[in-house]
Design a protein around this ligand. Structure first.
Ligand SMILES: Nc1ncnc2c1ncn2[C@@H]1O[C@H](COP(=O)(O)OP(=O)(O)OP(=O)(O)O)[C@@H](O)[C@H]1O
Ligand SMILES: [Mg+2]
Length: 121
C-alpha cells in the first residue's frame, strides 16, 4: 500500500511511514504490513479496503497504538507514537483514540451510535 504523502502539517491527524508488522518467526512468519506509507487528513472519512488477511486490522491496531509495529514510524497529530513508553502510550490512547473492534468488543445493550460515542463520556 502506498500513498502520495502530503507535507507534515496540522492537517494530517495520522501518518505512517515505512510501516512494517511481522507476526511469528521462521516458517510461521507472516509479513502483515510490508512498508505502508499513509497520511489521513483531519476531519476526513477514510475507508481501508482489501481482501481478508491483507492487513487492514493490523494497520488499524498499529495506527491506534494498540499493537506495536515491527519497524517504521507513526504519528498521531504531532506526536510520534512509535517509541513512546507504555505509560505515555496508554495516556494517548485514553485521551485521543476511539476504536470499534472488528469483533466481540461492542456492548450489546447499546446501539451502534452509543457504542461509538461511549469513549467520549
Ligand atoms: N496475532 C497474529 N498472529 C499471527 N498472525 C496474525 C495475527 N494477526 C493477524 N495475523 C495475520 O496477518 C495477516 C493480516 O491479518 P489482518 O487481521 O490484519 O487482516 P485483515 O485485512 O484485517 O483481514 P479481515 O478482512 O479478515 O479482517 C493475515 O495473514 C493474518 O493471518
Ligand atoms: Mg480485519
Amino acid at each position: 500500500m502506498t500513498a502520495t504523502l502530503p507535507a507534515p502539517t496540522t492537517d494530517v491527524i495520522a501518518r505512517a511511514v515505512g510501516l512494517t508488522k511481522t507476526y511469528g518467526t521462521g516458517d510461521a512468519q507472516v509479513h502483515a504490513l510490508a512498508g505502508v506509507d499513509l497520511a489521513l487528513r483531519r476531519g476526513s472519512f477514510t475507508a481501508i479496503m482489501g481482501p481478508s488477511g491483507s492487513g487492514k486490522s493490523t494497520l488499524m491496531h498499529c495506527l491506534a497504538g494498540l499493537d506495536a509495529s515491527t519497524s517504521g514510524q507513526i504519528w498521531l497529530g504531532g506526536t510520534e507514537i512509535t517509541g513512546l513508553d507504555d505509560r505515555r502510550l496508554t495516556q494517548l490512547r485514553r485521551d485521543s483514540v476511539g476504536f470499534v473492534f472488528q469483533a466481540f468488543n461492542l456492548l450489546p445493550t447499546l446501539t451502534a451510535k452509543e457504542n461509538i460515542l461511549l469513549p467520549l463520556d
